[in-house]
Design a protein around this ligand. Structure first.
Ligand SMILES: Nc1nc2c(ncn2[C@@H]2O[C@H](COP(=O)(O)OP(=O)(O)OP(=O)(O)O)[C@@H](O)[C@H]2O)c(=O)[nH]1
Ligand SMILES: [Zn+2]
Length: 237
């Protein structure tokens, strides 16, 4: 029996009963006590185990969605779909499980290098918080070291932590810049992100080629136009 066992919540036509809906509400309340996320991202993180406790509830929600679409959730092709979809959604939002402090390890270290460091073309896959559909593209991250540098892979890991959540592109861009700035305490940080939003492509206004570009600059990149230009020149190259 799963922790939030729902095996009894469907009748043999795959329909949900009223009492099952009530018990889902109770289980939702119970889950609320496990933890919650806030907009800033790194102040709270939900341990992986707590999120996995939600799997049966999420699967049940997907069963409800499929039924609402007029689908028969007991047909063979859909039998495992609610659980698969729930696991996929947990993966798409796995950034909630992680904190920046946990991924840095000892990978911020002293180095006498003052010149610009850029990691460009980092792939981003995120989920728009308005429609819960993907937006994706790439991000370029630069910083000006001031006595210490960060392991290059950690920059991509910072991107993963914030992108694998429900997001808006502007907030995601800024969270990356702020996190890097706090981790390395450099003279400046610049982040430029370019994404296609499926909510503007597959539905709604349906503009296939529209790209959204956002930036966030801190320190020297904000104060010195030449530094900013150098960064923009290097990411275009
Ligand atoms: N600024 C910003 N807007 C976003 C992002 N992702 C989605 N949106 C927008 O969120 C808005 C939500 O607008 P609403 O009018 O409430 O929703 P809607 O009726 O589905 O809007 P349409 O997409 O225009 O059909 C839309 O304009 C989306 O394009 C993002 O990352 N940043
Ligand atoms: Zn959207």
């Amino acid at each position: 029996m799963p922790i939030f066992g729902f095996s009894d919540s469907l009748n043999d036509k795959g329909e949900r009963s009223l009492s099952a809906s009530k018990s889902i509400d109770a289980k939702l309340d119970a889950l609320q006590n496990i933890g919650s996320h806030d907009d800033d991202g790194d102040t709270e993180s939900l341990p992986k185990m707590s999120r996995e406790l939600a799997l049966p509830l999420m699967a049940e929600s997907y069963r409800g969605l499929l039924t609402s679409l007029g689908e028969n959730v007991t047909r063979e092709g859909l039998l495992k779909t609610p659980e698969r979809a729930a696991k996929a959604l947990l993966f798409f939002t796995k950034g909630y499980e992680e904190k920046i402090s946990n991924i840095l390890n000892d990978a911020v270290f002293a180095e006498d290098h003052q010149e610009m460091v850029i990691v460009k073309d980092i792939e981003v896959f995120s989920m728009c918080e308005h429609h819960m559909v993907p937006f994706f593209g790439k991000v370029h991250v630069g910083y000006l070291p001031k006595g210490q540098v960060i392991g290059l892979s950690k920059i991509a890991r910072i991107v993963e932590i914030f992108s694998r959540r429900l997001q808006v592109q502007e907030r995601l861009t800024k969270q990356i810049a702020v996190a890097l700035n706090e981790a390395v305490k450099p003279s400046g940080v610049a982040v430029v992100m370019e994404c296609a939003h499926m909510c503007m492509v597959m539905r709604g206004v349906q503009k296939n080629n529209a790209k959204t570009i956002t930036s966030s600059v801190v320190g020297n990149f904000r104060d010195d136009p030449k530094t900013r230009e150098e960064f923009l020149h290097l990411i275009k190259g």
